[in-house]
Design a protein around this ligand. Structure first.
Ligand SMILES: Nc1ncnc2c1ncn2[C@@H]1O[C@H](COP(=O)(O)OP(=O)(O)O)[C@@H](O)[C@H]1O
Ligand SMILES: [Mg+2]
Length: 224
């Protein structure tokens, strides 16, 4: 059995606009195995977030193939894609994207509402388990604005983990953090990887990239 979780073959992405077509990614070949931790680096505008959006099923490639868990994503309906996205992908963003009106606990419970297989009465226990992993059990009743940036990012990571996704996609996860908080997030991502999570990190943080098992650089839309 192949342990490849994500396979991109000759993948390309072109945006069409009033000023014409812009090719953002071309001929991307990449296989990511279950359990890997991988850093994606490259200059601003090189296509890193676009690549992550395609892998995270938020956008479609315009050329080539993408297989997630051995399933060609183009063969899926919108509904099937949304289920795959909800159950297999955990997102972590630079600006945390927490809901300010909801408590930490309710933020972490949020993705569970989109999974019909999970009973409402189980939400709290599942969310608390992930809050414990990120070391924030004691903040469950606080609101995001009462937390430091690093703590908010740990809540976002707990939320990303709550559906037990196959892969964590992190787009500049330390981009808004000071170095001390950034180091804590790096340690957490490495710990999660050691516990079995597959982790993809777009980053400018050199020490973070160096600690990953593999680094790929994107330049002018291609892996170099
Ligand atoms: N929805 C879009 N429509 C048109 N162009 C886009 C869109 N999204 C991104 N781009 C362009 O694609 C290029 C790569 O963007 P992005 O993937 O965000 O780069 P990075 O994350 O490496 O900074 C940029 O030139 C950007 O302007
Ligand atoms: Mg980006």
């Amino acid at each position: 059995m192949s342990d490849v979780l994500i396979r991109l073959s000759q993948l390309g992405k072109c945006f069409s606009g009033p000023a014409g077509d812009v090719t953002v990614l071309k001929n991307i070949n990449l296989a990511i195995e279950r359990g890997e931790i991988l850093a994606v680096i490259g200059k601003s505008g090189s296509g890193k977030s676009t690549l992550l959006s395609i892998i995270g099923l938020l956008d479609n490639a315009t050329a080539g193939h993408y297989a997630l868990c051995d399933t060609d994503v183009r063969s899926l309906s919108h509904y099937q894609t949304s289920i795959l996205r909800n159950q297999n992908i955990g997102w972590v963003f630079q600006n945390f994207n927490l809901v300010s009106e909801l408590s930490v606990l309710k933020n972490v419970e949020l993705p569970l509402k989109y999974n019909k297989n999970i009973k409402k009465t189980d939400y709290k226990a599942i969310a608390l388990k992930q809050l414990e992993r990120v070391g924030l059990l004691d903040k469950q009743n606080n609101f995001p604005e009462q937390l430091s940036g690093g703590q908010q990012q740990r809540v976002a990571i707990a939320r990303a983990l709550v559906g037990e996704p196959d892969v964590l996609l992190c787009d500049e996860p330390t981009g808004n953090l000071d170095s001390e908080n950034a180091d804590q997030i790096v340690d957490l991502l490495l710990t999660l990887n050691a516990a079995g999570s597959t982790v993809l990190i777009v980053t400018h943080n050199e020490s973070l990239a160096q600690q990953c098992g593999r680094i790929i650089e994107i330049k002018d839309g291609m892996i170099v």
